[in-house]
Design a protein around this ligand. Structure first.
Ligand SMILES: *[C@@H]1O[C@H](CO)[C@@H](O)[C@H](O)[C@H]1NC(C)=O
Ligand SMILES: *[C@@H]1O[C@H](CO)[C@@H](O)[C@H](O)[C@H]1NC(C)=O
Ligand SMILES: *[C@@H]1O[C@H](CO)[C@@H](O)[C@H](O)[C@H]1NC(C)=O
Ligand SMILES: *[C@@H]1O[C@H](CO)[C@@H](O)[C@H](O)[C@H]1NC(C)=O
Ligand SMILES: [Cu+2]
Length: 216
């Protein structure tokens, strides 16, 4: 039996180049004010799925220098992402958790925060593609320090902005949906573990490997 290395290599390439869905848990069973993980390096084309596990939180985009305020407040050419507020309690009643999934369209740093109460000041912030090689001052740690001192925590509604999809349902820049809760009774694909990653093309890759093996 002779393995066709080129066919297998092609199948494996499909796995390597797989588009990834990075799961970020928003808060947790202990109602902590944090994102898990809070520092991710997604590739352009990857997706981030925020899974809202407890409370009433949001994900909003700011820039580095003006934490806890929507990015479009400081640069009207920007359409900052905004998940809207996710009603975890309403979903929990049906054994589901709300999610918001955004596409990553840049490899530049994206600074994100929760606009609820003073959650941003409390450290409920995160970064995609932190790049301290480009500017050593712009680290997640420095962003947390700046956030802690921010005078206010504003959502896009507060600045009269509807860009970035400032509606609680179906925000622009991402898609909302509900998935079965890890502890719920609804059937279907269970929520991913904290900070885990799933590859949407993994099955395609595996199927091509199976097809390649079947041809041997
Ligand atoms: C809350 O849960 C998160 C996620 O499991 C964990 O990382 C964190 O340490 C917990 N915090 C407390 C105070 O238990
Ligand atoms: C969630 O928080 C937002 C902003 O504070 C508020 O407008 C909304 O009514 C809250 N939703 C629930 C279900 O409590
Ligand atoms: C690096 O980032 C800091 C904080 O945003 C900023 O003040 C500084 O001008 C930046 N440096 C360069 C070289 O862009
Ligand atoms: C994100 O990308 C996928 C394809 O990879 C596409 O189907 C989807 O519509 C995109 N979502 C948004 C909100 O642009
Ligand atoms: Cu929050």
């Amino acid at each position: 039996m002779q393995f066709s290395t080129s066919v297998i290599a092609t199948a494996l390439l499909g796995l390597v180049a797989a588009q990834k869905v990075h799961v970020v848990s928003v808060s947790s069973a202990n109602k902590s004010l944090a994102f898990y993980p809070d520092n991710l390096k997604p590739a352009v084309g990857d997706m981030i799925q925020f899974q809202f596990l407890a409370g009433n939180h949001s994900v909003v985009q700011s820039n580095f220098d003006n934490p806890c305020t929507p990015i479009q407040q400081h640069d009207s050419t920007q359409k900052g992402m905004f998940s809207g507020y996710m009603n975890v309690a309403a979903s929990a009643a049906t054994g589901m958790i709300p999610t918001y999934t955004m596409n990553v369209t840049t490899d530049k740093p994206l600074w994100l925060y929760c606009s609820q109460g003073k959650h941003c000041q409390a450290g409920m912030v995160m970064v995609l593609n932190e790049n301290t090689a480009a500017n050593a001052s712009r680290s997640l740690a420095a962003f947390k320090e700046l956030s802690a001192k921010a005078p206010q925590n504003l959502d896009p509604f507060a600045i009269g902005s509807t860009t970035g999809g400032a509606t609680p349902t179906g925000a622009v820049g991402g898609t909302t949906s509900t998935i079965p809760s890890p502890t719920g009774s609804a059937s279907g694909t269970p929520a991913q573990a904290l900070g885990s990653m799933v590859s949407v093309s993994a099955w395609t890759g595996l199927l091509s490997i199976a097809a390649a093996l079947a041809m041997l």
